[in-house]
Design a protein around this ligand. Structure first.
Ligand code: BDR
Ligand code: CA
Length: 397
């Protein structure tokens, strides 16, 4: 099939329980979030890349391939297929730019999707096709290609060059893991980023006043690769930050879980798998951080912002989120390593002008408010559309 006319996005992620749900949003968010299955796709997901984060990159790659298969995402016809609706998949960096790798088994289990049931296996024919679909190297005895950001960067170069030459709309990058791959793209091909990227929407960071979750002041994605985050925040392209201050509002509560377990969309297998995602995540968030009403499904916010930015307006004034200067602490031996320091009163901002998004300027839009019930309406609309897709493919229960 030809590509949809939704907003073109690329998802860079580290699945991860909340990344798994972000991927559902990226594939199936409808233009009208409460509109059910009859509405056209809001987004045109061009591809997915993974990075080391919640688990080592081989695991996050396997997880992404298994999730895309579960959701029934279309396969690209060949490694440089830019025309059909196929979703490309690449394995990115296995290490941060300048720090030792670290993952988060206490939250996501050893393989990144602990406790999740019902996913197709890595060795299955469908998943293996997807694992290799965007790689030119012949399929070998291994179940996964060698982890390397090189193939991803070469592909991004070809894709962005193609889109710029054809005058296609700029692509938005949504990043829900450490920012290593995105920083490598910015360092490798700055001209292509300037010409071909609309904005970078990240889940990451904890504004001053919000506790860190993996450092005293640091959120996990930024802490894992602060140098990469520093590059991304200071590149002259709009950045939108969904940090813990706002993602902790996105609690998937008991009533939502019960609605999921009621299988209203008619696809029992899909609902049960997603329920296992939420349940494991709820348990680890309870034991690790004391969240008792449900887990904060952080990563979906970054995708939801691209679909419906109005969900993040101030509920009292209706004003859109504000733009500030954000800087990242990169010093290895600092207690504040990985913190996102926000200049709320523009005291250090040297280049406040509207058109400058780079270093010294107001370089990021910082999300603060969320219409959480609309977010979960969007989730159930995505579920409905995914169930329809699986029915068409004949894979649903
Ligand atoms: C972030 O870290 C991971 O646990 C989640 O996937 C999310 O991207 C939250 O700090
Ligand atoms: Ca993530």
């Amino acid at each position: 099939m030809a590509r949809s006319d939704g907003k073109p996005i690329w998802l860079d992620c580290d699945p991860g329980h909340d990344d798994a749900i972000a991927l559902l949003f990226a594939l199936f968010a409808p233009q009208n979030c409460t509109g059910g299955s009859n509405f056209a796709a809001a987004l045109d997901l061009l591809g997915v890349s993974v990075v080391a984060g919640n688990a080592p990159v081989a695991a996050t790659y396997a997880n992404a391939a298994r999730l895309l298969t579960l959701y029934g995402a279309a396969l690209p016809k060949h490694s440089r297929d830019f025309e059909s609706d196929g979703v490309h998949l690449f394995c990115g960096s296995e290490v941060p730019l300048n720090k030792l790798p670290r993952s988060d088994p206490d939250i996501h289990g050893e393989d990144g999707l602990g406790g999740v049931t019902g996913l197709p296996s890595l060795g299955s024919e469908q998943v293996q096709k997807r694992v290799w679909a965007s790689y030119d190297v012949p399929q070998q005895r291994h179940l996964l290609p060698r982890s390397s950001p090189g193939e991803l960067l070469v592909f991004w170069h070809a894709l962005l060059t193609h889109r710029i030459k054809k005058g296609l709309p700029k692509m938005t990058i949504v990043a829900t893991g450490p920012l290593t791959n995105v920083a490598l793209l910015m360092r490798g091909f700055p001209d292509l980023v300037e010409q071909g990227i609309e904005e970078v929407v990240i889940m990451g960071g904890a504004p001053p006043g919000t506790r860190g979750n993996r450092g005293p002041l640091a959120e996990f994605n930024i802490l894992v690769d602060p140098e990469a985050a520093d590059i991304v925040f200071n590149f002259d392209v709009p950045v939108v930050m969904a940090g813990l201050n706002v993602t902790h509002q996105a609690i998937f509560g008991r009533s939502h879980l019960e609605r999921l377990q009621a299988h209203q969309c008619g696809d029992q297998a899909l609902c049960d798998t997603l329920a296992s995602v939420v349940t494991f995540f709820a348990d680890t968030y309870k034991s690790e951080f004391g969240f008792t009403s449900g887990p904060p499904v952080h990563d979906v916010l970054a995708v939801a912002y691209v679909v419906a930015p109005e969900l993040f307006n101030c509920p009292t004034t209706g004003a859109p989120p504000k733009r500030y200067q954000v800087q990242v602490e990169t010093a290895a031996h600092s207690l504040a390593m990985g913190s996102t320091v926000i200049d709320f009163y523009a005291k250090t901002c040297q280049r406040p002008e509207e058109e400058w998004w780079g270093r010294g300027g107001r370089n990021a839009i910082v999300l603060e408010h969320l219409d959480v019930e609309k977010l979960w309406d969007m989730f159930f609309a995505c579920l409905e559309r995914c169930a329809q897709r699986r029915k068409q493919l004949g894979v649903s229960s």
